[in-house]
Design a protein. Sequence first.
Lengths: 215, 215
Amino acid sequence: MTEPSAAGAKTVKSTNITRVTHRVTVTDRWVRNGHQSGILWFTGLSGAGKTTLALELERQLHADGHQAYVLDGDNLRGGLNGDLGFSPEDRSENIRRAGEVAALFADAGVIVIGALISPYEADRQMVRAMRPDLFHEVFIKSDLDVCESRDPKGLYKKARAGEIPEFTGISAPYEEPVAPELIVDTANQTVDQSIKALRDYISANLFQDRAVEVA
Amino acid sequence: MTEPSAAGAKTVKSTNITRVTHRVTVTDRWVRNGHQSGILWFTGLSGAGKTTLALELERQLHADGHQAYVLDGDNLRGGLNGDLGFSPEDRSENIRRAGEVAALFADAGVIVIGALISPYEADRQMVRAMRPDLFHEVFIKSDLDVCESRDPKGLYKKARAGEIPEFTGISAPYEEPVAPELIVDTANQTVDQSIKALRDYISANLFQDRAVEVA
């Protein structure tokens, strides 16, 4: 049995806690679903295409009968992370919680697609450490100028006008992944090409019968 | 598409957020899985049997080919909620986050079983408000003296000795559910009888073909 570790929590404040073990293992779930689970962690600038690709990938995986679910950073900020802002500390806590939730979904047998800017390398490493066996860092890569020209939410314009403090790429840093499992180049690829790259990666890493049988 | 609302968050601190809509609806997922999803929220005293019943129910539902997952309060306190203690405020935040995660799982098509003491009526109402259409309050009911005689984790003994402050039922309140969807009387039933009551409830409420078809 495997379940998210407390890797993300700096300190576990609770005492008198008895961790329980599920009687259904993650491998049991893989066998039931016909595929492995995993955390596909999409990181990249605003406008790079994280959400667009995540939602289309979710649609296609579902259509093919697989268990897939998107955790979108913006949606989480309307719920679980609604108490957090954009300071470095709050961004880290935002990623920590999203990572813990992603780890729960992966433990439940789901291919979970996290779509969050997650600009800090240390935060992404923190999420990896929660479930290193199931974590896949996917760099949704696009140049800042391309992202800014797309500006799907009008946020770059606001950021340039000084209306959004701490905006990633403009007034807050984005640390590119050092060794991501996959790079999806959305500046030079169509959405279809990017989706194909993602599906090829999933087929090679999560859809191998061998993996399901021997894991 | 339906996704957890921000009902639980007292204030949504984030601005410049664009909520996105999944292309896979919760109903799509029900059709795929052959059953509806839902939040079965087990509330009750420590020792009432929440975790025991949750893990056995998860095992049986999985064995029958359904998507089910347990969110156990103790396990969450080792991860997502590792930064929280047992003050009333921290207990509320503990329940809020667990509720938001449960709502995400239900949105993903899973029968999610929350096993948390959740002693405050207001907190449970907060979780209900996140997904009222999918929330089922299940009171795992047992007298305090029965729970204390079981004392599976040795916590009542510690609490009586004054070693655990704010222990529910001893030095912190437990507010019984006012109108739960289901009461499971574990003081007067065997585990098998309690599981049968839970499975009957699920069959009547989540396994109706009609519901999957017309929802």
